[in-house]
Design a protein around this ligand. Sequence first.
Ligand code: PMM
Length: 375
Amino acid sequence: MSFGGIFPALALPPGFAVSLLGNSKGYGPPPFATSREESTRNDPDARSYTCSNPLVRGGAGAVDRAAGGRRSDRYRAVVTDLVRAQVPVVMGVLNVTPDSFSDGGRYADLDAAVAHGVRLAADGAHLVDVGGESTRPGADRVDAGTEAARVVPVIRQLAVAGVPVSIDTSRARVAEAALSAGALVVNDVSGGLADPDMARVVRDAGCPWVLMHWRGHSRGMRDLAHYTDVVTDVRTELAQRVDAALAAGVAADRIVVDPGLGFAKTAEHNWQLTARLPELLALGFPLLFGASRKSYLGRLLADADGVPRPTAGREAATAATSLLAVAAGAWGVRVHDVLGTVDALAVWRAAGRPRLVADRAGGERADGIQPEGDR
Ligand code: PMM
């Protein structure tokens, strides 16, 4: 499959080949069984799309059959592998919005959005998370038609190109359109609270569903950042969302949870959730962690006058925070800078996948990193 035929507008440089399995620098291993070499060995044309990720190799079939709600066995196997992945899943952020806090406006144009999604996959993203509505604190909502019109064409082109996509939406109607266009996963920042029809859509699709901790829409979320103990409260509220999903018929092996950093959370809340991630992992579901470029990192890195570090300067802190989450046992991280994250994870692997361990007092400490199996 050649990109030129599908996307004449995408001028890929010679030597460019996409792999969701990691790249020639040896990133990986991926959460999938096949190897990149296997797919590229007989490929004389480096411009060909040669990813051997089963999400891609079987992708077209899985995606085609996804239309109309029919799901192939292959699709089910693929998403099951994804949720059960034993290595950190890297979700690359692609906001097709004019106003998201760090990349708003950059990918509002279809070609630019698709090219960036392909780039994220080439950098090592296992999923590209496409969103059409900004969720930054204070943001106004857009209507469902506008949201769908932003994301569906991008998802369709990425799916045809074989890039695995998740749809970042809290609207059932948008999720349904995105799944029909080829999205594999629903990433719902409201954890199913915003739209009572979302559970039916994901149940019928049989797709993975990221249930993020959420208390209300962007406009009012700052006023909702009150907790007795943020970690216990988030765990309890996430458990309620999981129970509601299960009661609606969603399969347990399709559920991923997310603490929702920055959503009705202060900086201190975010740090507490980071330090005590094992208490959330005790829910027993794969956990996605999304700290990327968020304002509490900007505040951490403020200059001498207290001015927060701009989003562009938060990548190293993002990588460090993501690494802490992975070392605590997170299933995946949602990031803008995929390559930097993939590099950080390569370091973690090379060091023997060190894990956070409990301190003597029985709690989990963010500074208690020990090589895996040490105790
Ligand atoms: N954060 C944002 C948007 N979607 N989804 C999940 N699952 N977790 C998050 O933390 C999350 C999300 C806001 O960040 P963005 O505006 O950069 O996309």
